[in-house]
Write a protein that binds this ligand. Structure first.
Ligand code: NAD
Length: 367
């Protein structure tokens, strides 16, 4: 049966405009091969939208994202828009999309492709075989808590931020953590600082309670400082990590860098809204973890694989198309195995190619 799946495509700025079309082309081939009807609607976002409309997230773009089943985003930002008021900077579009789409969970896998092990700054034996996922709470915690600000205080100033989590917020992100672990090796590690911060003492209590609904998943807990150390010392011990907004922000960057190549890393932001009443199909936004890379934009140098792998995550998490997602991942693996590299991951002896050719090679493998 042919399924209709609506995808809002928001390439954004810089290399976003170069890598996103490659991911769309990959989805088109998947659609043909497996007989799925993907419907694409492309809109401006970020700096490109500021130039045209004065706002980083125009109404039409937001409407399209809200009406779609999934959003494929490139990247936003660049030096041209850096001096603008914070409220209309390109990055505000991302916050607006997350908020309006109710995306409270950020999923960031870190996978080491064996042929790229030398791109990491860590020893091969430490990182070989890394395949972990950080599930980060995205809309709560210290980044959003009130009160916040800087005020005058005792002749100087005082900066204030508030770490706050409710039971409901912890419970819903814990459930995502357990669901993701269920689809992988059934091991979940919850990261907190329960020995010092009451808000994360509650975090640990709620995660432990939710565990009762997932008896098939093994749950363990770790303090964030130890986790940071263990990620560098022995990253292979981790499979799925679930954690707060700020801890997740930091740990997911550390985990990403274990693999050494920013152009290879996809991400997904998902919420609780199901597509067509199916709890296994969640609305989501999918994007590479990197930015718009103004230093290489417009030169056919950007690695499109993070964007292509983000499309694979979309198939898995928004459309429950596991086979199709695995086909994309396998195609990427084969292209790398054949020695093709964009400049960011090139090493001596590899065949250096550009953005478009990398996309084409993945498509060839799929076709
Ligand atoms: P960046 O991720 O854009 O670039 C960092 C470095 O990695 C650069 O040297 C770049 O050339 C390289 N790089 C990134 N992606 C690559 C790819 N696919 N292939 C090859 N090389 C790649 O980070 P930055 O330079 O700090 O930020 C540039 C702009 O992007 C800023 O305006 C920033 O605010 C924005 N940004 C946006 C997002 C997003 O849209 N989600 C995320 C981070 C930064």
């Amino acid at each position: 049966m042919t399924k209709k799946m609506k995808i809002a495509v928001l390439p954004g700025d810089g290399i976003g405009k170069e890598i996103t079309p490659q991911a769309v082309a990959v989805l088109e081939i998947i659609g043909k091969k497996y007989e799925h009807a993907f419907e694409f609607e492309t809109h401006i976002v970020g700096g490109a939208a500021i130039d045209e409309t004065g706002h980083p997230l125009p109404d039409e773009t937001l409407r399209s994202a809200m009406a779609a089943d999934a959003v494929l985003l490139g990247a936003v930002g660049g030096p041209k828009w850096e001096g603008l008021d914070y409220a209309i900077r390109p990055e505000r579009a991302l916050l607006g999309l997350r908020e309006k789409l109710g995306l409270f969970a950020n999923l960031r896998p870190a996978i080491l492709y064996p042929m790229l092990a030398d791109a990491s700054t860590l020893k091969r034996e430490v990182i070989e075989g890394i395949d972990l996922m950080v599930v980060r709470e995205l809309t709560g915690g210290i980044y959003f808590g009130q009160p916040r600000g800087v005020e005058t205080f005792e002749g100087g100033e005082r900066g204030i931020n508030t770490l706050v989590y409710t039971t409901a917020e912890i419970e819903r992100i814990a459930r995502i953590g357990f669901e993701v672990a269920r689809k992988r090796s059934k091991k979940l590690m919850s990261i907190d600082k329960a020995n010092v911060l009451e808000a994360t003492e509650l975090w640990r209590k709620v995660v432990t309670k939710v565990h009762k609904d997932y008896p098939d998943v093994a749950l363990s807990h770790m303090y964030v400082d130890n986790c940071a150390m263990q990620l560098i010392r022995n990253p292979k011990q981790f499979d799925v990590i679930v954690t707060t907004n700020m801890f997740g922000d930091i740990l997911s960057d550390a985990a990403a860098m274990l693999t050494g190549s920013i152009g290879m890393l996809p991400s997904a932001s998902i919420g609780k809204e199901c597509i067509a009443g199916r709890p296994d199909c969640l609305k989501g936004m999918y994007e590479p973890i990197h930015g718009s890379a103004p230093d290489i934009a417009g030169q056919d140098k950007a690695n499109p694989l993070a964007s292509i792998l983000s499309a694979a995550m979309m198939l898995k998490y928004s459309f429950a198309l596991e086979t199709e997602a695995a086909a994309i991942e396998a195609a990427v693996f084969k292209v790398l195995e054949a020695g093709y590299r964009t400049p960011d991951i090139a090493e001596a002896g590899s065949k250096q190619i550009g953005t478009e050719e990398m996309g084409r090679r993945v498509i060839e493998q799929l076709a």
